[in-house]
Ligand binder design. Structure first.
Ligand code: NAG
Ligand code: NAG
Ligand code: NAG
Ligand code: NAG
Ligand code: NAG
Ligand code: NAG
Ligand code: NAG
Ligand code: NAG
Ligand code: NAG
Length: 424
């Protein structure tokens, strides 16, 4: 009996085994799908939200709708005549008139290619003869970062891959936001609106982005950032925890979200969101302005600074920022011929450190001194993963957290320091 049932099951599975590969001889038409071997992901045609247009995408086979990749996001099929096939060694999406609306568009002279959907959610175009990978969807992300994907940046040319959100829930064409890693002096994650920063993670310290409170190491959150000094490539990725389905997505509103599947309630839950408070909007309080979501108003000038334009500031337009009340002495040479200064530092606790940090190789003991002895240095901080960070010029995108964060030391005239709880 058991053997009989097992036989039935296996023959059922065998007969029911869905196809996971598209070839020229076996294209898929609208309403047909391919399903990865372990039934994790599905590729097919769909109409998002209120749209009647047809798009080719990848989604979780048995979880509630989440389109993690879209092929023809800019060129919808207007009816149900679409087909996905292989043409001249490329994966293509065509409409009923055989017009190519989307192509993997890699130059090759392969006569026989096939595209397979893997259980990781990657659509892989291969040369049938050599098995060589010609193209894969993981290297052409839309709005979602799946486990196994990477956001790659080059130290010399900046982001190589970015997430770009849907315009709105009914239109998968790219909106104005994007998300990626800026390798900079110290790698940081950003959401940009067009080319202006909209959100910033703070610097990567080898374990976490220090500007995201409650972020833990790879062992807890699964985030990983690998820097290859030789190629200058920086890869950001993360792994699933306890094999719970999860992915990162950039929403139409420019919010980077980590979504985790709640197996009990069968819904996607938001584990992390890049816009928890208004203070997460990049640079809301301007230069030398500090944002604290627990205060009203949320923006204030750093101690020792005052609004650049008081009337604008008081109307709640803080982007003009703040200016120093009393000038710095900077540095001078004293009678014994040594570099010295009367300036000191104000300590701010639990801070999101400002943008544009420079990394200095000096140890913690000399971080302060290095800053003090350099006229251009306006602040420093020390993180055990990063080392000594110093800032020159303006300080942007400061925030006071209610947990975590860093101690930030801001250079002020000694005349100011008497007034505050300073650590001169
Ligand atoms: C679809 O249209 C209805 C009515 O206009 C609207 O309430 C709903 O939000 C729309 N859904 C999406 C996903 O855009
Ligand atoms: C294909 O690639 C070529 C050259 O890289 C580019 O000019 C062309 O616009 C691309 N076509 C599509 C449909 O992406
Ligand atoms: C592609 O390769 C498979 C097996 O190698 C073969 O059966 C098929 O006919 C080939 N298709 C073309 C168009 O060459
Ligand atoms: C080529 O295609 C055939 C039939 O689709 C398949 O059995 C064979 O494994 C493929 N070869 C490679 C190298 O992918
Ligand atoms: C980053 O990813 C690229 C492409 O996948 C790979 O070639 C490179 O070795 C990776 N670098 C690091 C440091 O992981
Ligand atoms: C402050 O801003 C207002 C409004 O933008 C402007 O009219 C005014 O001239 C500014 N004042 C100064 C001192 O810059
Ligand atoms: C806010 O102030 C800046 C200059 O400080 C000005 O350019 C901008 O237009 C102002 N924004 C609004 C909404 O008034
Ligand atoms: C000169 O500066 C050095 C370093 O700050 C200090 O140790 C020394 O006492 C100063 N000498 C005088 C005469 O102020
Ligand atoms: C002072 O700091 C600036 C900014 O970090 C740096 O470019 C410059 O080289 C430093 N000067 C000295 C003498 O170290």
């Amino acid at each position: 009996m058991i053997i009989f049932v097992a036989f039935l099951c296996s023959s059922y599975v065998y007969l029911g085994t869905a196809v996971d590969t598209i070839t020229a001889a076996r294209p898929i038409r609208d309403s047909e799908t391919i399903i990865s071997k372990g039934s994790v992901y599905k590729l097919g045609f769909f109409s998002p939200g209120n749209s009647s247009y047809r798009y080719v995408g990848i989604w979780f086979n048995s979880l509630s709708e989440a389109y993690v990749w879209v092929a023809n996001r800019n060129m919808p099929i207007k009816d149900s005549s679409g087909v996905v096939t292989i043409q001249n060694g490329n994966l293509v999406v065509m409409d009923g008139q055989n017009q190519v609306l989307w192509s993997s568009n890699v130059s090759n002279s392969v006569s026989n290619a096939s595209a397979q959907l893997t259980d990781a959610g990657n659509l892989v175009l291969k040369d049938n003869e050599s098995g060589r990978i010609l193209w894969d969807s993981f290297h052409e992300p839309t709005d979602s970062l799946l486990v196994g994907m990477q956001l790659t940046s080059s130290k010399s040319t900046g982001p190589i891959s970015r997430l770009t959100p849907w315009k709105n829930p009914s239109d998968p064409s790219p909106g104005s936001f994007s998300a990626g890693i800026d390798p900079g002096n110290i790698p940081q994650a950003y959401v940009w609106n067009d080319n202006s920063p909209y959100w910033r993670s703070g610097p990567w310290n080898g374990q976490v982005f220090v500007g995201i409170p409650d972020m833990y190491s790879i062992y807890i959150d699964g985030y990983k950032l690998a820097v290859d000094d030789q190629s200058g490539l920086v890869n950001f990725s993360y792994s699933a925890l306890n094999n719970v389905p999860a992915y990162l997505v950039l929403t139409s509103k420019g919010i980077l979200e980590r979504r985790e599947w709640n197996t009990e309630n069968k819904i996607w839950e938001i584990g992390f969101g890049s816009q928890e408070t208004e203070c997460d909007i990049y640079g809301l309080c301007g230069e030398f302005g500090n944002c604290n979501p627990k205060k009203k108003p949320i923006c204030s000038c750093v101690n020792g600074f005052e609004p650049k334009n008081v009337s604008e500031w008081n109307l709640g337009n803080w982007t003009g920022g703040c200016v120093r009340k009393r000038p710095l002495e900077c540095v001078r040479i004293n009678q014994t011929g040594e570099v010295t200064t009367t300036d000191g530092f104000l300590k701010l606790r639990m801070m999101k450190v400002p943008d544009f940090a420079e990394r200095s190789s000096v140890p913690i003991e000399t971080c302060r001194e290095q800053c003090l002895n350099n006229c251009s240095c306006v602040a420093y901080a020390y993180d055990h993963g990063i080392g000594c960070m110093i800032w020159a010029g303006g300080l942007y995108d400061l925030q006071t957290f209610s947990s975590d964060g860093e101690d930030l030391y801001i250079r002020l005239s000694h005349l100011e320091l008497g007034e505050f709880n300073a650590t001169a």
